[in-house]
Design a protein around this ligand. Sequence first.
Ligand SMILES: *[C@@H]1O[C@H](CO)[C@@H](O)[C@H](O)[C@H]1NC(C)=O
Ligand SMILES: *[C@@H]1O[C@H](CO)[C@@H](O)[C@H](O)[C@H]1NC(C)=O
Ligand SMILES: *[C@@H]1O[C@H](CO)[C@@H](O)[C@H](O)[C@H]1NC(C)=O
Ligand SMILES: *[C@@H]1O[C@H](CO)[C@@H](O)[C@H](O)[C@H]1NC(C)=O
Ligand SMILES: *[C@@H]1O[C@H](CO)[C@@H](O)[C@H](O)[C@H]1NC(C)=O
Ligand SMILES: *[C@@H]1O[C@H](CO)[C@@H](O)[C@H](O)[C@H]1NC(C)=O
Ligand SMILES: *[C@@H]1O[C@H](CO)[C@@H](O)[C@H](O)[C@H]1NC(C)=O
Ligand SMILES: *[C@@H]1O[C@H](CO)[C@@H](O)[C@H](O)[C@H]1NC(C)=O
Length: 452
Amino acid sequence: MSLSIFLLSLVTIPLSLHAFPAPRGVLLNCGSTKEIVTTNLKFITDEGFISVGNSSTLKTPDLFPILSTLRYFPDKSAQKYCYVIPVIKGGKYLIRTTYYYGGFDGGNEPPVFEQIIDGTKWGIVNTTEDYAKGLTSYYEIVVAALGKTLSVCLARNGKTVSSPFITALELENMEASVYNSTDFTKYALNVVARHSFGSNDDIVSFPDDPYNRFWQPFMDNNPIVESHSNITSSDFWNTPPLKVFKSAITTSRGKTLKVQWPTEPLPSSKYYISLYFQDNRTPSPFSWRVFSVSVNGKNFFTNLNVTTDGVMVYGTQWPLSGLTEIAMTPGADIPVGPVINAGEIFQMLPLGGRTLTRDVMGMEDLARGFNNPPSDWSGDPCLPQNNSWTGVTCTTGKLTRVVTLNLTNFGLAGSLSPSIANLTGLTHLWLGGNKLSGPIPEMSTLNELRTL
Ligand SMILES: *[C@@H]1O[C@H](CO)[C@@H](O)[C@H](O)[C@H]1NC(C)=O
Ligand SMILES: *[C@@H]1O[C@H](CO)[C@@H](O)[C@H](O)[C@H]1NC(C)=O
Ligand SMILES: *[C@@H]1O[C@H](CO)[C@@H](O)[C@H](O)[C@H]1NC(C)=O
Ligand SMILES: *[C@@H]1O[C@H](CO)[C@@H](O)[C@H](O)[C@H]1NC(C)=O
Ligand SMILES: *[C@@H]1O[C@H](CO)[C@@H](O)[C@H](O)[C@H]1NC(C)=O
Ligand SMILES: *[C@@H]1O[C@H](CO)[C@@H](O)[C@H](O)[C@H]1NC(C)=O
Ligand SMILES: *[C@@H]1O[C@H](CO)[C@@H](O)[C@H](O)[C@H]1NC(C)=O
Ligand SMILES: *[C@@H]1O[C@H](CO)[C@@H](O)[C@H](O)[C@H]1NC(C)=O
């Protein structure tokens, strides 16, 4: 499911670029040739991060600047279209993709296609419903960089009719403590919902949130309270913005506070949930309250003592399916009702394995040796399995290796990189019908090689 935001027309947001440190990331305004500054952030052109696709400028007047250009991918033969972004190996990144169709191809309905991060299928991009409502769609995921680059790719599937496209791509480097109970060598965290409770204000984002995470306003039929104290958000591992503690949902004394959240039914999976609480009263020795938290009737945290300093509780690997109810039951004799300020919920997405680094490097060198490598020779060469590079087949399993290269009639010019000698899992190589020049590299290390 997509997240949506009303970000269509240019509302006046004060620009004060120098007032805030920029987030440590890469913000790409896809399909644009120049940089733009918007809501205190600098978006740059995506040229240099991708070598395929065409750009388009929407004719809709007064569009929010980021939305007015996009990159689209008409080439039906490519297995994927990849952005490759330099990152800090081992770093943790928030990635957001933004989509606003705008009828760029003359159609009425946005295409439906897939998103991929490195070798993992992230999910389906279906912006049909949001677009019909005049909304922009975005998707967010938190991943660890396992190498020196991260690839974010789009791909067609059986249901893609017109050209996949993308409006903006953002990567933010996050501190190590954020969501650190997750094993990021095995999982990515796919954002399902992130809300500031008791707020009907604008979305909270940068500079309130240092990583430009989007905290959507959320209200239900429960009473709302405002906070009368300040807290230090850096005391929380997940560094929620202070602004989300300004308001809360509560209920009257002695009652259980029930919140249906997130509002959408969830696919059966494991989830990471983190909830944020603060006693909203003026700080005093008596400004605290105790309640127990349960999720769908299952105990999440017993006798949580919520003070004016605020507290976060989280659960990882939490199984959920369908609708979710968070219930907060007050302890005996507590003179005020429970209170909740904010929440985040992520689907835990198992990583789809990876290709042996030696093979990835060998294939990248091979691609660099050709003057005209196939357009999809970018990102992971083998994974996801259905999106390996054209002409490349690989073993299956967690640590994948390149086994055959059939480059027959690719019309390749350039030379065959000596790094081919490093593809030690290669069993078959077909090179006929190309215009390669230069010496044939030493391949005696390829004991497995049978066909040439
Ligand atoms: C898209 O870009 C390719 C390569 O740059 C070019 O050959 C092609 O004509 C472009 N297609 C359109 C529809 O502009
Ligand atoms: C995309 O979403 C719309 C609205 O939710 C749905 O009707 C449609 O079937 C979806 N398309 C695909 C290809 O899944
Ligand atoms: C997460 O980060 C916090 C703050 O740096 C630290 O106290 C805690 O031990 C870390 N937890 C894990 C599981 O690494
Ligand atoms: C909270 O912080 C703001 C700005 O720093 C300050 O003006 C206000 O007095 C503080 N409120 C309390 C209750 O400490
Ligand atoms: C809750 O925390 C406050 C402040 O630390 C403390 O004074 C109070 O005794 C605690 N209440 C319970 C029931 O532990
Ligand atoms: C790969 O593609 C096949 C054929 O289109 C499809 O049946 C299968 O579900 C796909 N596998 C994955 C993991 O998407
Ligand atoms: C290699 O690719 C060519 C062209 O796509 C195809 O005709 C041929 O059958 C392939 N060879 C093998 C052994 O798969
Ligand atoms: C093969 O890989 C090794 C280690 O990754 C590297 O040092 C070497 O340069 C590579 N060989 C070739 C011919 O590229």
